[in-house]
Design a protein around this ligand. Structure first.
Ligand SMILES: NC(=O)c1ccc[n+]([C@@H]2O[C@H](COP(=O)([O-])OP(=O)(O)OC[C@H]3O[C@@H](n4cnc5c(N)ncnc54)[C@H](O)[C@@H]3O)[C@@H](O)[C@H]2O)c1
Length: 358
């Protein structure tokens, strides 16, 4: 029988439950401890999820004193930085919820700490586990599109604003741009091999979140619910990014890759006011190209699957820990995702173009 991997959970809120469900599917994993900053909440979480034998802590630093193979960090965004640094220094492999951090400086230090300590920093972008995401990456990297010079990504929800810890800057750090924007940026940038971003010119607003007509917690809403940006990358590539939690429109459009030989259009799966963003499965992939001078549209057949993307991300992390493999979605790479988000937030605050120094 293989060794039981010991896992701790830090932050016993909403998404931590999804982590528990996914770990439970795996035979060789045991959740041995939970920490939550709200006194008594970790014990309640253990009780609720019937994690018999697991120890509860109000201070995550006590949890980090245990012998653990890995920790899931499920705290709100502002705590990602310090908890990750402490976990890596305590010799724990980290499965970190998205977005990676609040600022670029934090992300850089987190990735450097992973490198220095030799422990894994894995960032949880579960849409990557739709096999069609890999198909998009393969198509973009196959050379079929020629030189890719322009990408458009993001998408938008007509009405899909979260509440609670997601809408306070002091806890979330940012709104829609980081919360769901990180996924679409990951989709496009990963397909392109994560090129280095150079400059950003961005705009953001929060006309919906701060209006009681649209949000029940309007009086405490202080992050952005909409953002657009023009991002330049090395290699003479430009990316047009658009994201919304709420708007008077059905869509902000699909993801487009324009190349000198062909173009690729990708739509997200799902319907309804919370859909329209790339936070889950792929809906369609179409290639636009010329065949003997004829404008041709080729529907790329999707790979059918019943994968639970969230469970796949946890399984991949566990397998990497167990087999001593590198982080499946390494913090070192996702620093570039955070660099773009950081640039967008800075530029929209300053209302001018900013440079990204990496
Ligand atoms: N991958 C996904 O699909 C997905 C979905 C939702 C949320 N998330 C991410 O997960 C994270 C948490 O979101 P959530 O919805 O579970 O939030 P939540 O507010 O429901 O839960 C967060 C928990 O962390 C605790 N906490 C805060 N600071 C802490 C600290 N320093 N130490 C220990 N515990 C602390 C809070 O008390 C709370 O119980 C966010 O970063 C969010 O972006 C990811």
């Amino acid at each position: 029988m293989s060794k039981q991997l010991k896992i701790g959970i830090i932050g016993g809120g909403g998404i931590a439950g999804a982590h528990v469900r996914a770990y439970r599917e795996l035979n060789d994993v045991e959740i041995v401890a939970v920490a939550d900053a709200v006194p008594g909440k970790a014990a309640q979480f253990i009780n609720h999820w019937e994690l018999s034998g697991a120890r509860a802590f109000d201070d995550y630093r006590q949890l980090l004193e245990l012998e653990l193979d890995g920790v899931s960090i499920c705290t709100p965004n502002v705590a990602h930085y310090q908890v990750t640094i402490d976990a890596l220094r305590a010799g724990k492999n980290v499965m970190l919820e998205k977005p990676m951090s609040v600022t670029l400086e934090e992300a850089v230090e987190m990735a450097q700490t992973a490198e220095k300590t030799g422990y894994m920093l894995n960032v949880g972008f579960q849409p990557r586990y739709d096999p069609n995401m890999k198909l998009i990456q393969d198509l973009v990297q196959s050379g079929e599109l020629g030189k890719v010079y322009y990408v458009e990504t993001g998408g938008g929800r007509r009405r899909g604003m979260p509440g609670g810890t997601f809408i306070r800057k002091e806890i979330a750090g940012a709104g829609a741009i980081a919360d769901i924007g990180c996924y679409s940026l990951d989709m496009a940038l990963n397909a392109l091999g994560y090129p280095k971003p150079l400059t950003v010119s961005a705009y953001s607003s929060n006309h919906f979140g701060t209006n009681a007509k649209f949000h029940p917690e309007a009086n405490r809403f202080d992050v952005e619910d909409f953002g657009v940006a023009m991002v330049r990358f090395e290699g003479d590539l430009v990316l047009n990014f658009k994201i919304s939690w709420a708007m008077h429109m059905d869509t902000l459009g699909p993801t487009l890759f324009l190349g000198t030989d062909a173009g690729l259009k990708v739509t997200p799966a799902g319907t309804g006011p919370w859909s329209g963003v790339f936070d889950g499965k792929v809906g369609s992939i179409t290639m636009y190209h010329d065949i003997k001078g004829h404008h041709t549209e080729s529907a790329i057949p999707l790979i059918a699957h019943n994968k639970n993307l969230f469970h796949e991300k946890i399984r991949d992390f566990v397998e990497a820990v167990r087999d001593g493999k590198p982080a499946p979605i390494p913090g070192e790479l996702i620093v570039r995702n955070q660099a773009v988000i950081d640039g967008i937030l800075r530029s929209s605050l300053l209302k001018r173009e900013v440079e990204i120094h990496l």
